[in-house]
Design a protein around this ligand. Structure first.
Ligand SMILES: *Cc1c(COP(=O)(O)O)cnc(C)c1O
Length: 363
């Protein structure tokens, strides 16, 4: 066994870094049915597995080249290559957008509860993060959000569908937000787009302050390859490219993306599995009397109450992982369950029923 000798340093990070929140998702001991991270619960397209067999030793020695794959992605999404930046997941998109646009005196605006990385990356640059809390419905607080926009607002991030609520923001409202803050970047995080089907990506051609983030971690099942995409106004993307490493996306992910995009049948099949599973899960929750929030994504947020941690523990015992969202603002007693393929929804529902009985939960 080795022991670390702690040598104290006199070096302090930037004040913003000292003040940043830390994000430590519970990644340990996940050898169970993973209904906790909103991943694809099954597999990516089989074409990706075929592509992975093409990896050569020489290929691994080369620095990755992003641009050719950006051209393929652009074509796939019906936009121009200079309107696309491929990234190390949407997490990197958030980081890069904050680094490119936020001065310490700027304000950034998000609605809570939402994805925690916005807070982390915004706080890295400025103390001017403003959070607009949803009411008990957990719908997007549109009126209060609009009222919070001012001349110092520089970055607005909206997730639609939102995580962990599953709520959406209409295109009409998103365009109104963009118009109300022409000096600010509006980034719409469409990580869960495939489970909803409506996008504002076509508006990047005409809205000069709009950015769209997409991930290949969720519907495409590539979370472990780390690949995401930012689409938007060419000038805005030029600034983001300046703060981005030329080798931010690894070559294995770049090789796999074109085949994953090409297999539209696979994507249609997986998203249909989720849509059917989501209905089944909601029906099951209604039958069990568990309150939940209507979701447009591949997960459902449910209201368990004081026994939330007990439920997560009982489910783990039955081999199913859930995510306790109780610490999120306005989410006391809430637990989130991921929707996957049919078999996994069946297992999740059965474990939920058994676990709720075991802990003596009552509606
Ligand atoms: C999961 C998730 C992401 C992370 O995507 P990566 O591409 O894996 O970094 C981004 N935004 C939201 C809202 C998410 O839930």
């Amino acid at each position: 066994m080795t022991t670390t000798t702690v040598v104290r340093t006199a070096v302090k990070p930037r004040r913003a870094v000292l003040a940043m929140p830390e994000y430590h998702p519970p990644l340990a001991a996940r050898e169970a049915l993973r209904l906790d991270f909103n991943e694809n619960t099954f597999a990516p397209s089989p074409r990706v597995m075929e592509q992975l067999k093409q990896i050569t030793p020489e290929g691994l020695t080369k620095y990755p080249e992003r641009e050719p794959v950006e051209r393929i992605a652009a074509q796939h999404f019906g936009i121009e290559a200079d309107q696309v930046l491929l990234t190390n997941g949407v997490d990197e998109v958030i980081h890069l957008v904050c680094a490119a646009f936020l001065e310490p005196e700027d304000e950034a605006l998000i609605a809570t509860p939402t994805f925690f990385m916005y807070d982390v990356s915004i706080s890295m640059m400025t103390s001017g993060l403003r959070k607009i809390q949803s009411d008990a419905s957990l719908e997007f607080p549109y009126e209060r959000f609009m009222a919070a926009i001012n001349e110092r607002t520089k970055l607005i991030i909206v997730a639609s569908p939102n995580n962990p609520t599953g709520a959406i923001v209409s295109r009409e409202h998103l365009l109104a937000i963009a118009a109300a803050a022409p000096q600010a970047v509006l980034m719409v995080d469409e990580a869960y787009f495939h489970f909803h089907g409506e996008s504002t990506i076509e508006d990047i051609a005409t809205i000069p302050n709009l950015l769209i983030a997409r991930t290949f971690s969720k519907a495409y099942g590539l979370a472990n390859l780390r690949i995401g995409m930012l689409a938007g106004n060419v000038e805005l993307l030029k600034y983001v490219r300046k703060v981005c490493s030329p080798y931010n996306v690894n070559g294995v992910a770049l090789d796999c993306l074109p085949v994953a995009l090409a297999d539209e049948d696979y994507l249609a099949w997986y998203t249909e599995q989720v849509r059917i599973g989501r209905e089944r899960m909601m029906d099951g929750l209604r039958t069990m009397g568990v309150p939940f929030f209507p979701s447009h994504a591949n997960f459902i947020l449910m209201k368990i109450g004081p026994k939330h941690a007990e439920l997560v523990k009982a489910m783990r015992k039955h081999g199913v992982l859930l995510r306790d969202r109780s610490a999120d603002p306005g989410c006391d007693g809430f637990v989130r369950i991921t929707i996957g393929v049919e078999e996994h929804v069946t297992l999740g529902l059965a474990a939920l029923q058994t676990s709720l009985n075991e802990i003596g939960w009552k509606a």
